[in-house]
Write a protein that binds this ligand. Sequence first.
Ligand SMILES: Nc1ncnc2c1ncn2[C@@H]1O[C@H](COP(=O)(O)OP(=O)(O)OP(=O)(O)O)[C@@H](O)[C@H]1O
Length: 333
Amino acid sequence: MSDSTPFLQATALNKVYPGKHQSGVHNINLTIQQGKITGIIGESGSGKSTLLRLLFGLLSADSGEVRFEGERVWGPVEKLIPGHDAMKMVTQHTDDLNLFAKVWDNISVLLPNTDLKTKTERPEQVLRQLNMFHLADKRVADLSGGEKQRVAIARSLVSHPKVLLLDEPFNQVDTTFRDGLQQDIRKIVRETGLTVIIVSHDPAEVLSMADELVVIKGGEILETGTPKQLYNQPQNLYTARLLSNCNVLMREEARALRVKAVKEEVVIYPEWITPVTTGKNLDWAVKEILFKGSHEDVHLEYGPIEIHLTNHEPGLFDNYSHIGIVVTKYLEF
Ligand SMILES: Nc1ncnc2c1ncn2[C@@H]1O[C@H](COP(=O)(O)OP(=O)(O)OP(=O)(O)O)[C@@H](O)[C@H]1O
């Protein structure tokens, strides 16, 4: 592979499932950067898993191609055993774990008996990387869902893959556990140069984890960028909606918030609206306050217009009171 060869690249990739017109993916052109975490996001049915499976060689494309380090990745139509040797995939299902064996054995079983040094050292290394060496002697059946998911990831990493593909891997895992696992994966990426591709429809997951995001809609790539770029300056309403539980108003409605937009639709993230409790123009009725610990999600009403904002000073005002608002930023589409 020369220096200019793309690491993992999809070119003009098409896949339509038999009998389904709009399904699958269409004309995907994508380059995955080595040593980075790429997040693929999109609404349900947008083609995220299909793309991941095509990149891995679990599916054969109708046309177009995937190349890994310059070599063609073949799908099941061309290759007897689907999947690529240098890649590993983890999904939310941890079915291939042996529940009645110890964590250690679930991992070491994947290493050849011909190299006993590696067989004894590598499982420990991987378990330590994932902060679970203390669980080595436990039976998998006795672990929590999140811990089982860690074992699945440890198994996928034991053979030093170059690419780790994660398909909604944290769905079954609670938030605290998820944050820890995300941090550990980021650390492994930094330390080992592993390339990770993660599919998700959870914005919190991809925004904090990915270096690069790919937004998919209806089987096509809509836009790409860093999480910060796509969050702050999305080129499409679809992207804004995916990444934020945002307020979407028509231009005329936005005037009630003193926003003078030119384009038809206006997007205002809840944190771009500041509540005001003194002065004139306390026009907005507080309909509901949802306490979120560090902040409140406040639902407001002004005539037929409903919005919600993030209040970082819980207790500043009560339900059914009237407040004013200041919009600090908005997007137009
Ligand atoms: N094996 C299959 N046979 C027929 N149609 C399929 C198959 N797998 C996926 N599809 C269809 O292809 C489209 C894309 O599906 P895909 O699973 O890739 O989307 P996704 O974005 O991963 O969705 P989700 O977030 O719900 O998992 C959908 O319309 C889906 O119904």
